[in-house]
Design a protein around this ligand. Structure first.
Ligand code: TYC
Length: 116
């Protein structure tokens, strides 16, 4: 086994011989984790106007009118529907923007995020 001079401290430096600077070089494989993805969901209620939900989907989720109408009607009929999938920071920002906008306009619309 070849010995190498090393200065790093994370090489399991079990020294051999007298020279404290000579150790065995070991490679540590670091697995890179993909950032988790989060679904942003709209919940149905009986009071928020359909037109307001369409406006939310156009304004905050970049949907065109047809896509927005389809998602809004899905939520209206099934109780919950997906607006988009984002990393944690973006998903949290969207939820906050929608909840603030709904509250400013005195609608009970609820927007939540869930880890995929
Ligand atoms: N159910 C509402 C109504 O009949 C419309 C609505 C759709 C509300 C989707 C919220 O996320 C929602 N006016």
């Amino acid at each position: 086994m070849q010995k190498y001079k090393t200065t790093s401290s994370d090489d399991n430096d079990h020294n051999e011989g007298d020279d404290p600077d000579i150790g065995i070089v070991t490679k540590t494989k670091e697995k890179l984790q993909k950032p988790s993805q989060y679904r942003v969901l709209l919940l149905n209620d009986d009071y928020t106007p359909m037109e307001f939900v369409i406006l939310v989907l156009e304004s905050f989720f970049k949907k065109n009118r047809d896509e927005a109408t389809k998602i809004m009607l899905h939520v209206h009929h099934h109780g919950v529907g997906e607006c988009g999938i984002y990393n944690y920071e973006v998903a949290e920002t969207k939820v906050t923007q929608v909840m603030d906008f709904a509250r400013q306009n005195q609608h009970p619309l609820q927007c939540v995020m869930e880890k995929q």
